[in-house]
Unconditional design. Structure first.
Length: 301
């Protein structure tokens, strides 16, 4: 590919990213010019905590008759913690999970076209996120380690599952180095952007030390990693899920693939459980996610 073609392809992919952000940010919101105040109230039975340096929304399990909740750390996508993400957290709470959702960029549940675009630009232009760099962990990772430590203090002995999506898609792999974590879901990992080369298409957007620490515990603890994406998603490459499988030791951790092929859902999107959720295929994958997490988190550490 010559230089001109590479530049044009890059510009096209950047434009696709912008359209994705606007679409996923506004698909479940009223798109108007109100920029400062959230248009969506924090859902009922949701608490707001500060766990270390991060504000965290906590969606309490709706199954109050169960002796112990299943604990999940949910990491939002590049548009921010929007109404579609709150809906996903609410669906998990209805299935018996208590969901901790740290705010990594922007403010929760902002409305309009501007917040998702602002959050996208903040992530892309900030050196704190590996949007273009390979093998580089985001600056938010230490804060998430602290959040997990605080969650363990509140739920001693309880195992924890982690879900990452889009810009946070591979972060669960690094966070699995934390004691008590038992299962991770890597959903449509989108960083680093501009996957022009084979190396970029397979890169997991984590520093070598963070990646090795996560996989060391996954393999020695025989833990589970799930992979979700639309097979035709051009923003999240299949190579990243293949790279996860490559890191699994023969007698170590387990990777289970839950990609959505085009024959199962021809309306290929990007976000499997938030703005792209609703088709029969995504509902089946959500049921798979719930089954896997329930099984993994059913027994105390």
């Amino acid at each position: 590919m010559n230089i001109t073609a590479s530049i044009l392809r890059g510009l096209g992919e950047c434009a696709a990213c912008c359209l994705l952000v606007l679409g996923s940010g506004c698909a479940t919101m009223h798109c108007h010019a109100t920029q400062s105040e959230p248009a969506h109230a924090i859902p009922e039975h949701t608490e707001r905590h500060d766990l270390g340096p991060r504000t965290v929304l906590v969606f309490k399990s709706a199954k109050t008759d169960e002796p112990r909740p299943h604990i999940v750390l949910l990491l939002h996508e590049i548009p921010g913690f929007n109404a579609a993400t709150a809906d996903f957290a609410g669906r998990l709470a209805e299935k018996g999970f208590t969901v901790y959702a740290p705010i990594m960029v922007g403010k929760p549940l902002e409305s309009g076209w501007w917040p998702p675009l602002r959050n996208f630009l903040e992530v892309v232009l900030s050196p704190d996120w590996p949007t273009l760099r390979t093998s580089h962990s985001p600056a938010v990772l230490p804060d998430l380690h602290v959040a997990l430590q605080k969650i363990r203090e509140q739920h001693p002995g309880e195992p924890i599952g982690i879900i990452g999506m889009c810009m946070s898609g591979t972060l669960p792999l690094a966070l699995m180095s934390e004691p008590g974590t038992r299962i991770a879901a890597v959903c449509q990992p989108a960083l680093p952007m501009l996957p022009w080369t084979q190396q970029r298409r397979r890169n997991l957007a984590l520093g070598v030390d963070d990646l090795n620490a996560g996989f060391a515990r996954i393999n020695t603890g025989h833990l589970v990693v799930l992979g979700f994406r639309y097979k035709d998603d051009g923003l999240s490459t299949a190579g990243r899920l293949e790279e996860i499988q490559r890191h699994m030791a023969p007698d170590g951790g387990t990777y289970r693939d839950y990609q959505i092929p085009p024959e199962e859902d021809p309306m290929t999107q990007h976000a499997t459980f938030t703005s792209g959720y609703g088709s029969a295929a995504t509902q089946r994958r959500f049921a798979d996610l719930v089954t896997e997490f329930t099984r993994a988190l059913s027994h105390p550490n």
